[in-house]
Design a protein around this ligand. Structure first.
Ligand code: E4P
Length: 224
């Protein structure tokens, strides 16, 4: 399972690009709004793309098919490798169908049910983003939905890649990987939590202290 970072924060994306285990970025209008409101969106998106050098999903804000297609063309004029993120609404599926006929990658977002995922795959989505945290927030099991989607993908052989989105904690990453998701898109804070362990820090402290002790002993022995 690949890991993407779910943010529009350029400092966090720079950090992730250095870490070596993050291969893409997903953004959405809310994530962009969290950053400097005066920032030019095209400039920020291009900055993100140059920094990560991998997958970048950019979301449209239109709610009608023609508007979405116009926005997709504009985003593609910024950089042709863009993946166009489209909401899971009827007009969105029609846009996905048309973009897929032009071999333009799409990421269908705001997917909360198995039947929505099936419809997105049939429309030709390259990626289907199943939201975990927001389902759990309403006491609906995201694990159950994701398990079901992944099982159906195996049975039916759908080509769309499954993204586990709306990740809130490291256990969601584990659940997504166990279910068989292709990608998890994870907030920066949760990515950092997921690679930290207190025993790693304690272990390293002890290794370094023992090495220093050995050096001190060696110097004592040499000066005899
Ligand atoms: C997916 O691509 C979305 O940007 C994201 O995962 C939404 O997560 P949230 O529920 O934390 O807003």
């Amino acid at each position: 399972m690949e890991l993407y970072v779910d943010t529009a924060n350029i400092e966090h994306i720079r950090e992730c690009a250095k870490l070596g285990f993050v291969s893409g970025v997903t953004t959405n209008p809310s994530l962009l709004a969290l950053e400097d409101p005066s920032v030019d969106i095209k400039k920020r998106i291009l900055e993100i793309y140059e920094t990560i050098g991998g997958h970048l999903s950019v979301e449209v804000i239109s709610t009608d098919t023609n508007g979405m297609l116009r926005e997709a063309d504009e985003i593609l004029s910024w950089f042709p490798e863009a993946t166009i993120k489209i909401p899971m609404i009827p007009g969105g599926l029609a846009a996905v169908r048309q973009l897929s006929a032009r071999n333009i990658p799409t990421n269908v977002t705001l997917v909360f049910s198995t039947t929505q995922a099936i419809a997105a795959a049939n429309a030709g989505a390259s990626y289907v983003s199943v939201f975990m945290g927001r389902l759990d927030d309403i006491a609906s099991s995201s694990k159950q939905v994701l398990d079901e989607v992944c099982e159906i993908w195996d049975v039916q052989g759908y080509d769309s890649l499954i993204i586990a989105a709306s990740i809130r904690h490291p256990q969601h990453i584990v659940d997504a990987a166990l279910a068989g998701a292709d990608i998890a898109t994870v907030p920066y804070k949760v990515l950092m939590q997921s690679i930290a362990h207190p025993l790693t820090n304690l272990g390293l402290e002890k290794f370094l202290a023992d090495y220093d002790k050995m050096q001190t002993e060696k110097q004592k022995f040499m000066s005899l």
